[in-house]
Ligand binder design. Structure first.
Ligand SMILES: NC(=O)c1ccc[n+]([C@@H]2O[C@H](COP(=O)([O-])OP(=O)(O)OC[C@H]3O[C@@H](n4cnc5c(N)ncnc54)[C@H](OP(=O)(O)O)[C@@H]3O)[C@@H](O)[C@H]2O)c1
Length: 332
């Protein structure tokens, strides 16, 4: 195999980090069960953290970011998979300490792989990627917590981002009344076109209040933001509601009292999409490929070439993406 391209993030002796395209060879990758020729990857907030240097996520540098990859198997040491199989990898350690999807090839353990559902193309699988799996997991958890569409509104924060927009699309498809909380008022019409029934300014959830509870405004929440936003979601979610804690784009810290839990019976649900059991992931992909697929799926992403990825990493690190940034790695 000739040399191939990957985004490599390196740490300098002064502790600073930089990333860029390098020509690497097969020996640079780990020798895992399965070698995949990557057709598509996608951009996630976490990828920008790894690319720009985050020892809490990727302990060892150099590394190759990219928590998602979809492509065709070119080498297999596992009897369950053969050359030519179309497969998806999301999460696990991909793009952290295991070289990730911002590369023309990835080498992964067989038990990280999900066969691409026949109803989806590899491209569609990566339009979803980790964002879609995470959003789907949140929706499953809300349903399991008894939040059906007749119970009331569900709010999604970080609405215009990858996880946020996917969550809006899936909830909208399932008939929920969805409130989108965004910092991008210019994207109101787009958020409504993908499934939101109402759009609010994210500053409404960034308020200071000493009150332990505020008027109930919704019954479910999917939070990508953390910090003050999560604090206020806990105060504004109604009786027997549920709040999924997904992300930390504003802050990884929040404070709360026990009152939302003991006076409103609220459930705070932690979401970890990376380490899902294979069976659960397979079931989720089946739903995503069929009756959970958003009506406006084709409006929910923007496709770029692999060679254009560096600018997009900078954009997502500033919260500037709208929807999913799909990256075509394979050349025509
Ligand atoms: N738990 C899990 O399994 C899991 C899986 C995937 C992602 N995540 C986490 O979920 C979060 C979202 O990931 P993503 O890939 O969807 O990121 P993304 O595409 O960058 O979306 C994040 C969105 O949050 C909003 N935002 C950005 N900075 C903000 C700030 N300072 N204050 C308030 N809102 C801000 C922006 O939307 P608006 O402009 O519309 O407000 C932005 O588009 C990240 O923290 C990521 O690490 C967790």
């Amino acid at each position: 195999m000739d040399k191939f391209k990957a985004i490599v993030s390196r740490e300098s002796s002064d502790g600073s980090f930089s990333y860029g395209f390098e020509d690497i060879d097969r020996g640079f990758l780990p020798d895992n069960d399965i070698l995949i020729k990557v057709h598509y990857t996608g951009l996630n907030f976490k990828d920008s953290l790894v690319a720009k240097g985050h020892k809490g996520i990727a302990r060892n540098y150099p590394t190759i970011p990219g928590v998602d990859a979809a492509g065709e198997i070119v080498e297999s040491k596992d009897s369950n998979y053969k050359v030519g199989d179309k497969v998806i990898v999301t999460g696990h350690d991909l793009g952290m300490n295991t070289f990730g999807g911002f590369s023309e090839y990835v080498s992964v353990p067989a038990d990280w792989i999900v066969p691409c559902p026949p109803e989806l193309t590899l491209k569609e699988a990566m339009i979803y990627g980790t964002a879609g799996v995470t959003a789907g997991l949140c929706v499953s958890e809300l349903i399991n917590a008894g939040i059906s569409k007749d119970k009331g509104k569900v709010i999604v924060t970080g609405a215009s981002g990858g996880v946020g927009s996917m969550a809006i699309g899936i909830l909208g498809k399932l008939g929920y009344e969805v409130v989108a909380s965004t910092g991008k008022s210019s994207e109101s019409d787009w958020l409504k076109s993908i499934g939101a029934s109402e759009v609010i300014d994210r500053e409404e959830l960034n308020i200071e209040s000493n009150r332990p509870l505020l008027s109930a405004r919704w019954v479910g929440a999917i939070d990508n933001v953390g910090g003050k936003t999560l604090e206020n979601l806990l105060k504004t979610t109604g009786h027997h509601g549920a709040v999924c804690s997904v992300g930390l784009v504003a802050s990884d810290k929040f404070t709360t009292t026990v009152y939302p839990f003991i006076l409103r019976g609220l459930k705070l649900i932690g979401i970890d999409s990376a380490e899902q059991e294979l069976e659960k992931k397979l079931q989720l992909w089946m739903k995503l490929s069929e009756h959970w697929k958003p009506e406006a799926f084709d409006k929910m992403y923007r496709e770029i070439l692999f060679s254009e990825i560096e600018n997009e990493i900078e954009l997502i690190s500033k919260g500037g993406q709208r929807g999913k940034c799909l990256v075509k790695v394979i050349k025509d």
